[in-house]
Ligand binder design. Structure first.
Ligand code: SAH
Ligand code: SF4
Ligand code: F3S
Length: 470
């Protein structure tokens, strides 16, 4: 894979550990760095304490996320068991701060931003040669910057059946509260052939479910390249994302489940809905962030839709896919959010009947337009609104899940549940966690049928059944 592989490994099998914060994209980036380091002769450490190289993959989306990573980095630097232990930062915070991070975290060895992570092996070599405080950030200025994103193909290191695959880098939308476009750069769609090769490698190491990632995943391929005539679409799709689905299904039969996230309400086209109903591998779940149910706030957020457009997208989806589960993200306490705006959000959430919602307290991000606005919402008030929406969601989630009691659902078995290893855990097509008593011959990755007997707001419980018993 790399000409330097032998040279670097001869320096001794150093061990590394990556601590990951943030979203699914960070999870995947950590895996790519893992594969890259393994290919360069480093080995995985079983624990953070014993590792020679500790890397924190960081998130900048909210102030709290940054505090966590900084706290962790400071702790690791202060407690390093020898001066030779390398402590590095990668991901969104490293991109945001650049070399200023060394003032915040004393003793940090390196900081490497997004789309620059493939340089980590070289940075480690430079550290060995005596350099310190090395900072490298991704350059998003030119259109080829996506090519800095290297996806080393390799085995997944854990026994897993599911993996993320980033298909769309960056984000051009610039919602007024959001730091992601600054830290992830311009939107860039990866080439289909490259994506197929990555999924092929995942399938070869036992992965049967993939989640395609992009900040606005439906923008995939819309601008960066034309789908040439030589990539046929037997189903007659013209939009790039449905065509990518088709390509995956045609080329990698081992992939039995395909998910994609995050969706943007303006991207819910008839063709996407048609793809979801016609391609059986596409799961019956959509994460469709609403952010607010107040049109006034949505405008201030510059989200590009109003609640009527959102609810219309939902209606069209559910008409075509009655068993679709929909989850969402909501921000409470956006600057100037009144009680009336908040109640509007509650109302739309109730109307939308979300299966699950992720509620975030607004956090001003330096340099974003919303950070310039007068807050007007106290921390206590944000907490109250957060709590109310969570309570609403619990009630709603339980009622929705209770309705599935007695039905049979198909579950991809992931293995013993962490809380109670006597039970097994898996997910159904709707992305709900299903817990069940394993039979005698069940293996990780099996698709099993479970009859639901009990429900909690975010979990279903049930018993294994045979096809003949339905
Ligand atoms: N690209 C995705 C969102 C990625 S960030 C999308 O548009 O759907 C994940 C979530 O974090 C967002 O949906 C939003 O709800 C939340 N978020 C982003 N910036 C935030 C901020 N400044 N304060 C609080 N929550 C925020
Ligand atoms: Fe942030 Fe908006 Fe882009 Fe999502 S679409 S990453 S919320 S700017
Ligand atoms: Fe956080 Fe970066 Fe993801 S800011 S949410 S890790 S894109």
């Amino acid at each position: 894979m790399n000409q330097n592989t032998k040279d670097l490994s001869s320096s001794g099998a150093k061990t590394f550990y990556i601590h990951t914060y943030g979203c699914q994209m960070n999870v995947r980036d950590s895996e790519l760095v893992t594969n890259n380091l393994l290919a360069h002769g480093y080995t995985l450490s079983d624990s953070e304490e014993n590792a020679d190289i500790i890397i924190i993959n960081s998130c900048s989306v909210r102030g709290k996320a940054e505090d966590k990573a900084i706290g962790k980095a400071r702790l690791l630097c202060a407690r390093r068991r020898s001066p030779d232990v390398v402590v590095g930062l990668m991901g969104c915070m490293a991109q945001r701060f650049g070399e200023d991070i060394f003032e915040q975290v004393r003793g940090l060895s390196f900081a490497v931003g997004t789309r620059a992570e493939s340089r980590i092996p070289l940075i480690l070599k430079r550290l060995e040669m005596g350099e310190d405080n090395i900072s490298e950030t991704g350059n998003f200025d030119d259109d080829t910057s996506g090519s800095n994103y290297v996806a080393p193909l390799g085995e997944v290191t854990e026994t897993r059946i599911s993996s993320f695959v980033t298909i769309l880098l960056g984000c051009d939308r610039r919602c007024t509260y959001c730091i992601v476009p600054d830290v992830r750069g311009k939107e860039h769609s990866r080439q289909p052939a490259e994506i197929i090769a990555e999924i092929r490698a995942l399938a070869d190491s036992g992965i049967s479910e993939i989640t395609l990632l992009g900040q606005s995943v439906m923008n995939y391929g819309k601008r960066d390249f034309k789908w040439s005539e030589d990539i046929p679409s037997p189903m007659g799709f013209t939009e790039p994302l449905p065509r990518l689905f088709e390509l995956i299904v045609a080329n990698i039969p081992e992939i039995t489940r395909i998910r994609f996230t995050s969706s943007h309400p303006t991207g819910v086209t008839d063709e996407l809905i048609s793809a979801m109903s016609r391609i059986p591998q596409l799961c019956r779940h959509l994460h469709l962030p609403l952010q607010s149910g107040s049109d006034r706030i949505l405008k201030l957020m510059r989200r590009g839709y109003d609640t009527a457009t959102y609810l219309d997208a939902l209606k069209r989806l559910r008409e075509a896919l009655p068993d679709l589960a929909v989850t969402t993200d909501i921000i409470v306490g956006f600057p100037g959010e009144t009680e009336e705006d908040f109640e509007a959000t509650r109302k739309v959430m109730e109307e939308a009947q979300f299966d699950n919602s992720f509620i975030f307290k607004y956090s001003p991000r330096p340099g974003t337009p919303a950070a310039e606005l007068e807050s007007g919402v106290t921390e206590e008030e944000k907490m109250r609104r957060n709590r109310i929406l969570l309570e609403d969601q619990d009630r709603r989630g339980l009622a929705i899940n209770n309705r599935s009691i007695g039905t049979v659902t198909e579950v991809l078995a992931e293995g013993p549940s962490l809380r109670n290893p006597k039970r097994w855990s898996g997910r159904n097509s709707q992305n709900k966690i299903v817990l069940f008593e394993p039979g005698s011959r069940i293996s990780v990755g099996d698709t099993v049928l479970v009859r639901i007997t009990r429900a909690r707001p975010q979990t279903l419980f049930g018993d294994l059944v045979e096809k003949s018993e339905i």
